[in-house]
Design a protein around this ligand. Structure first.
Ligand code: NAD
Ligand code: TDX
Length: 330
């Protein structure tokens, strides 16, 4: 099987490529990645079964040629950080909307199976109190330029299925954590701050809740959907990992040998979503998927170990990232 993985040099995509090589012998992977600030060729394993092509998913000609050679496309590439989308939304429109459009058109022309990776943020947020969770029937209600462009890309995929018979599936996953995540994101930012002797930074009161899942559990679900998902269907991926940002920071502090209250509050993110929570029943009951990382604390501990052991991977991005946050006042 020849797989085209867009965004395969990013956090989730690179973990997907690694998992694929470890678990399948019959797959060859071409990664199409622009290697933006978020992409890192060093995240990919050196393996004769992996080819990295540096390019833009909004480059219609290049995309057409690569999709033509593939048996399936797994589309991870995106501008992915909410804070950046509040600073400058245009790259989000370019990559998440225009880029997805060109991929869909190529997949339609060549009749190639397509899996679209998306986020629970397309559903907006839930109240802090109460046990509501997102389901595949929750109405779209995105809050940020990031989530609105992801929502638009999801809707295009659905329309291409219905109008053109594209063989596509979609998945909307909750917050991922694990190795190879850029230091701009919440958990790696706090771990690497602590390694640098800097106190963790909580937006606002830190009461916002995210539903954490280990990146390998997400990627196993993607493979399950690719192999046995129903065409045209949307699967929500989540592992019942709800925690407030304050809980996460306190746990990281404790695991790294600090007092649990040794963090600081910084100004809140504008439009900050309160709570996400996923009901993954369809994926569990229809396709039999189960998460393997049940213990979030143990997963965080392993993630801390990974960042301790891989400073050479994250160090080049750290200063620039913190300077950007300084400019944003966060
Ligand atoms: P990331 O920012 O770490 O990686 C994105 C990758 O896409 C990078 O390698 C980057 O170079 C590449 N890219 C960006 N623009 C491109 C372009 N125009 N052409 C080609 N490549 C381009 O993101 P991530 O956290 O790995 O997220 C991957 C996907 O998963 C995204 O679609 C995101 O919306 C989705 N998602 C992420 C999470 C999460 O918690 N991180 C949760 C749910 C869904
Ligand atoms: O320094 C910080 N302090 C803080 O309190 C940072 C960077 C974040 N936060 C808060 C904001 C969020 O409530 O932590 C939470 C998580 O923040 P992010 O890591 O930026 O993730 P989030 O905005 O929830 O979006 C993530 O999950 C869904 C990914 O970045 C998206 O790509 C994915 O779609």
């Amino acid at each position: 099987m020849r797989l085209l993985v867009t965004g395969g040099a990013g956090f989730i995509g690179a973990n997907f490529v690694r998992l694929t090589l470890e678990t399948r012998t019959d797959v060859e992977v071409t990664v199409l990645d622009l290697l933006t600030y978020a992409g890192n060729a060093a995240s990919l394993p050196e393996d004769p079964r992996v080819t990295l092509v540096k390019g833009d998913i909004a480059d219609a000609e290049m995309v057409d040629a690569l999709v033509a050679e593939a048996d399936a496309v797994v589309h991870f590439a995106a501008e992915s950080h909410n804070d950046n989308s509040l600073d400058d939304p245009w790259p989000f429109v370019h990559t998440n909307l225009v880029g997805t459009f060109h991929l869909l058109e190529a997949a339609r022309r060549h009749g190639v199976r397509f899996h679209h990776i998306s986020t629970d943020e397309v559903y907006g947020d839930l109240p802090l109190e109460g046990g509501d969770r997102f389901t595949p029937d929750t109405p779209y209600n995105p809050s940020s330029p990031y989530s609105s462009t992801k929502a638009g890309s999801d809707l295009m995929v659905r329309a291409w299925v219905r109008s053109f018979g594209l063989e596509a599936t979609l998945s909307n996953c909750s917050n991922n954590y694990g190795p190879l995540q850029h230091v701009e994101k919440f958990i790696p930012r706090q771990i690497t701050n602590l390694l640098d002797g800097v106190r963790p930074k909580l937006y606002g009161a830190g009461l916002n809740v995210r539903d954490w899942i280990h990146v390998d559990d997400h990627n196993r679900a993607v493979w399950t959907i690719l192999e046995s998902g129903r065409i045209g269907e949307t699967y929500l991926i989540g592992a019942d990992g709800e925690a407030s940002n304050r809980d996460v920071v306190e746990t990281l502090l404790e695991l790294m040998g600090h007092e649990r209250d040794d963090y600081e509050h910084v100004p809140d993110r504008p439009g900050h979503d309160l709570r996400y929570a996923i009901d993954a029943s369809r994926l569990r009951e229809e396709l039999g998927w189960e998460p393997r990382y049940g213990d979030f604390r143990a997963g965080l501990s392993a993630t801390i170990d990974w960042y301790r052991a891989h400073e050479a991977w994250w160090r080049p991005q750290k200063l620039e990232t913190e300077l950007r946050y300084q400019r944003l006042g966060r």
